[in-house]
Structures are given as structure tokens and as C-alpha cells.
Write a protein that binds this ligand. Sequence first.
Ligand SMILES: NC(=O)c1ccc[n+]([C@@H]2O[C@H](COP(=O)([O-])OP(=O)(O)OC[C@H]3O[C@@H](n4cnc5c(N)ncnc54)[C@H](OP(=O)(O)O)[C@@H]3O)[C@@H](O)[C@H]2O)c1
Length: 329
Amino acid sequence: MAEKVMQAVQYESYGGGASGLKHVEVPVPTPKDDEVLLKLEAASINPVDWKIQKGALRAMLMPAKFPHIPCTDVSGEVVEVGQQVKDFKAGDKVLAKLSTQHGGGLAEFVVASESLTAARPYEVSAADAAGLPVAGLTAYDALTEIGGIKLDGSEPKNVLITAASGGVGLYAVQLAKLGSNHVTATCGARNIDLVKGLGADEVLDYKTPEGVSLKSPSGKKYDAVINCATGIRWSIFDPNLAKNGVVVDLTPSARSMFTFALKKLTFSKKRLVPFIVSIKTEGLKHLAELVKDGKLKTIIDSKFPLSKAEDAWAKSIDGHATGKIIVEP
Ligand SMILES: NC(=O)c1ccc[n+]([C@@H]2O[C@H](COP(=O)([O-])OP(=O)(O)OC[C@H]3O[C@@H](n4cnc5c(N)ncnc54)[C@H](OP(=O)(O)O)[C@@H]3O)[C@@H](O)[C@H]2O)c1
């Protein structure tokens, strides 16, 4: 029987940016025993996807091989299941996080591990679900696991979220407000109303002197900072932190690793903690339920068809998205 083929977008070497992406026809993958085959309805781009293409994670063997079909955050319909799959059947609508090393999201079909697949409630659109895995869970885990921020309203604290208009930041603002925390946020002038509308108590334009200083207009000292921006020095965070304040750094650099080590070695109460998210299916389920219940929204910057995936890629590299960039096969 003739092999089934699909449209996909892949790159064949490091570098090249958007022009390194090629449209190809490749075989539809076959699910292993513990995998599901998905017909994709939406995928979202995260900065890590194009950082991998740049070679930033080469030392961690990413991507696993060339050619590589990028993107890991997807939503679609199950069309086939492996022999050991228990929780899903053909026809189920799901969201999934694919392996960072192997990717696969910029395609019409992909195989996903059952252990990183979650049911998508009927009320949640494919695009809204595809935005959730990396960005949503980074926001959730950075706030709760490292930031010590409660999301049930039991112990409100003061939180600063930098680059609050990005994919991670917009989820972080909404999640922090679910717990009645006081949120200070930074973003560009054009997004101040959006970020306030999602609940931020005070918003600083990051291009003004007040925004650069990160000082809370109401004089709050931050218990936790979710740092979605890059290039902000410890000396800027330090005077704005509460006695035991922690900066959760989502884009660890040599300088932030040094600050992390220094604060640890000197038993400093104020800390900087580099953080890399680790996705679990319970987290995917929980976020999808929050969206279903109207407690969390995916803010979509733009949608592109798979035939224009390179435009979506270029937009993410440009660094000025407001929320998530979605590709729809
Ligand atoms: N550690 C992890 O596990 C993890 C997971 C997810 C993401 N990340 C990292 O976290 C960072 C944010 O990711 P993302 O998906 O949210 O990125 P993103 O969606 O591309 O962020 C773009 C937004 O950031 C704003 N921005 C950029 N620099 C800013 C600054 N200095 N102050 C305030 N706003 C600023 C931009 O506003 P303007 O357009 O107005 O400039 C734009 O709206 C990236 O470096 C990413 O790699 C890490």
C-alpha cells in the first residue's frame, strides 16, 4: 500500500532563521505503543524553538537530528493510538507537549507521548489550547514552585512580572491575580491597557525611567519577580525586593548563573533562581480546565497557516509578539 504523506516545515542545519525553514512532503509518522497520532489543528511557537535552530542548545543535543520539524506545543484530534495507550481513542480532542529534542509541531500530523497528552475540553479552542504547554506551565510553575506564590488567595504577596505582554507574561499576570496577589508588570506602552485589563494592579512602560528602575509606583517590595525579560542586572532587582524576595530567571545567562551562585554562597536572603520548566500532564490538564472555566485566557498575537509558517517564525524571532503566535495546518 502507498505510504501516507503530509505537509511539514523543517530545517536541515543550524542557523538560517525564517529562510532556513523548508516546506516538504514527508511520511505521516506511525505511533509507538505508548504514543498517539494526532491530526494537528494548531501549534504555537515559543522562543526556545528558534533558539534551538540557532544552535543555543547544541550542547544538550538539540535538535536530536537533522532535518528537524520544530515546535512542541500542539492541539488536535487523535486519529490512531499505540497498543498500550489507555486514556485516548480516535476522535478525542487533545493538547500535547512534544519532545523538545524531536519537535514535530509544524506539520499536519504528529505523534505525541500519551504521558504528555491531555484531553481538551469542548469549550477550549485548538489555538487557545496550543498556546498553553510551555508558556502556561512556565508561568504556573515559576510562580508557585520557585516564587512561592499561592494561586488560591490564601496568602497574597507582591509580584513583579517583567515582559508581561509576552507569551509567558500574559499567563503569569492572570494566574497571579487568581490568587489575589498584588501584581506589578512591565511592558511596552502599546500593551499597558491589555495588561491592566487582565488584572495587573500597576503597569510600567519598560522604556521609561520608572520602567527601567522596576520601582513599584505604590512602593511595594516584591516577594517574587517572574523575569520574562532579558538583560536586567541584579543591581536593578535588588533594591526592589522584599527581605526574602526571589527573582525567577526564565532565560538563564552566564551572568545570572554567577548571581545565583554568589547569592547561595553568601547565604543571601534575597535570591535569583534560574528556572527551566518541566512539563507534566497534570499541569496541562489543570491549565486547560482553567481556560474552560473562564479563569485563564490565551491571548493570541497572530495566526498563520502552515503554508506561511516562516512568517510566524520571523515574528517570534522579532521579539515583539503580544501573547502567542499560532500556526494552523
Ligand atoms: N525557562 C523556561 O522554561 C522558559 C519557558 C518559556 C520561555 N522562556 C523564556 O522566557 C522569555 C520570554 O518568553 P515569551 O514566550 O514570553 O517571549 P515573547 O512572547 O517573545 O515575548 C515578547 C514580549 O516581550 C516584551 N518585552 C521584551 N523585552 C522586554 C523588556 N525588557 N521589558 C518589558 N517587556 C519586554 C515585548 O514587548 P515589546 O514588543 O513592547 O518590546 C513582547 O510583547 C524568553 O527568553 C524565553 O526563551 C523560558
